[in-house]
Write a protein that binds this ligand. Structure first.
Ligand code: FAD
Length: 460
């Protein structure tokens, strides 16, 4: 180690826990702080739900595999494989859209269990000290060492000294605001006009039989709002409603909520039970979706860096927030090794190279709201998806749909995925332009013929 090796990780959320484990494996002496109580002792039943799940994809798995291979199995235990999307149309019909060209799947996991399992792994390690009920108030970066000032549960103020600090304290990060005082950081924050509220579909019976196919992300797209549902290990589904804030204030009585849900999601209401859905919609917390962009992510003297949502909070529509945060940790540790643990050089290169990827995924996540709530149900989109699919199957690595690159190809940086997709879209436009005269000349029958052919190949 070329510099001092004591590090404070602020925040024991998903990214902070993973970073603490990964740093300890590289020989750092880690102290992990969080203002919460130990969640394993006080289960966090957010919005009265037993379970809130999230999706782990290639970038998250790659980071776990590279840095902490021994915990991959325990932390992903009882995850459920998702093969694709199941679109629930207004007329009640359903349509499967498979994610992976070659059988790739996503893993749905319970977010609280995942966090607790990471904490269990941390507890097994002697040289990671964990301090719950320690709220970061201030980081003093001006001296030789970093001094962290924390408020404890009994309102005491305590101080600890470290060689450097990692800020993983989420979207409303205190460590980020401390870093902003110390370095010339550009910073932007914006709220999407969208709220979310968690609902739930119970299992069909006591044995835990799911009411709908478990291996799909279920989507009820309704243009400017939508409902999604992801299975839990007990056969229930966590369902999330997303819609513009206007709806949150318009739906101001049980009757109005009832007619809105029955008009838009009659089949989903049958699965949930309308009274349960109404209780959840009325009482569960309505969450806001905030995006944060900043740059650089570090202090120039190697004393501090921020990762995860603290550095790049994004909307959840690509299922990448945590996956991207785990990738932050993987890339940072790769750079530390490359620079023989010289933090000044590693942090500098991290901020310089990582920014374009974080800007890219934040934008992709925003764009995917329209894709999920609207596009997935349109005929033109379906045709494009099928064409993409066929080209991907036939040309293999020569043609990769955007979703495949983002979710299943950890080796393709986000900004490159966007560039490749732009190029492919140009080619697709060209192909479409060629198809128009063929269709015009051959009439509707030739369109149906081509569409049928594409559909047939895409099923192989
Ligand atoms: P957080 O999880 O926010 O953790 C921050 C921690 O810091 C907390 O424990 C907090 O208590 C602590 N803290 C905060 N301030 C202080 C302080 N001053 N002192 C001490 N401790 C402090 N991502 C995916 O990859 N896949 C998905 O499918 C997915 N689905 C999502 C669905 C929804 C509805 C939402 C809202 C998000 C979703 N995400 C998903 C995003 C994902 O949840 C976040 O990206 C991820 O939780 C970020 O982890 P983090 O550790 O950076 O921050």
């Amino acid at each position: 180690m070329s510099e001092g090796n004591s590090v404070a990780v602020i925040g024991s959320g998903l990214v902070g826990c993973f970073a603490a484990l990964a740093l300890q494996r590289k020989g750092y002496n880690v102290s992990l702080f969080d203002y919460r109580e130990d969640p394993r002792e006080k289960p966090n039943n957010e919005g009265n739900l037993r379970s809130i799940n999230l999706v782990v994809s290639a970038r998250g798995i790659e980071a776990l595999t590279e840095l902490t291979p021994d915990i991959l199995e325990p932390v992903l235990q009882d995850s459920c494989e998702l093969e694709g999307r199941m679109i629930h149309k207004m007329n009640g019909s359903q349509e499967r859209q498979i994610y992976g060209l070659f059988g790739e799947t996503l893993q749905a996991v319970d977010r609280f269990k995942l966090n607790n399992r990471l904490l269990d792994e941390i507890t097994k390690v002697d040289d990671i000290k964990v301090y719950f009920q320690h709220k970061l108030r201030k980081l003093d970066l001006y001296g030789e060492k970093v001094i962290g000032v924390f408020e404890t549960e009994d309102d005491n103020i305590v101080e600890y000294e470290f060689d450097f600090a990692l800020g993983c304290d989420g979207a409303y990060s205190t460590s980020r605001s401390q870093l902003q005082r110390y370095t010339r950081m550009d910073y932007a924050q914006d709220y999407m006009d969208c709220f979310y509220v968690h609902l739930s579909i119970p299992p069909a019976d006591e044995k835990g039989t799911p009411k709908i196919t478990p291996n799909y992300l279920h989507i009820w797209p309704r243009t400017d709002h939508m409902l999604i549902a992801i299975v839990n290990p007990d056969g229930s589904f966590t369902s999330t409603f997303f819609g513009p804030w206007r709806l949150a204030s318009e739906l101001n009585s049980r009757e109005k909520i009832k007619s809105f849900l029955m008009d838009n999601f009659p089949d989903a209401m049958e699965l949930m039970g309308i009274e349960n859905a109404l209780d959840a919609f009325e009482n569960n917390i309505k969450g806001a979706l905030m995006c944060v962009q900043c740059h650089p992510y570090h202090s120039p003297d190697g004393k501090m860096i921020i990762l995860g949502d603290a550095a790049h909070s994004m909307v959840p529509f690509y299922g990448q927030g945590m996956n991207c945060g785990f990738e932050d940790v993987r890339i940072l540790l790769q750079l530390l090794e490359k620079h023989e643990f010289n933090r000044v050089a590693a942090f500098e290169e991290y901020s310089a190279t990582r920014h374009k990827d974080l800007v890219a995924i934040t934008q992709l996540a925003k764009d995917n709201y329209y894709e999920m709530s609207h596009n997935v149900a349109t005929k033109l989109h379906m045709f494009k998806m099928k064409l993409n699919w066929v080209l991907g199957k036939v040309l293999r690595d020569g043609w990769l749909p955007l979703y495949t690159m983002v979710s299943f190809r950890a080796e393709i940086p986000y900004h490159k995925a966007i560039a490749i997709n732009r190029r492919q879209n140009l080619i697709l436009k060209f192909v479409q332009t060629l198809l128009v005269p063929i269709i015009a000349f051959g009439g509707y029958k030739s369109f149906v013929g081509i569409y049928g052919l594409v559909k047939k190949i895409s099923k192989q």
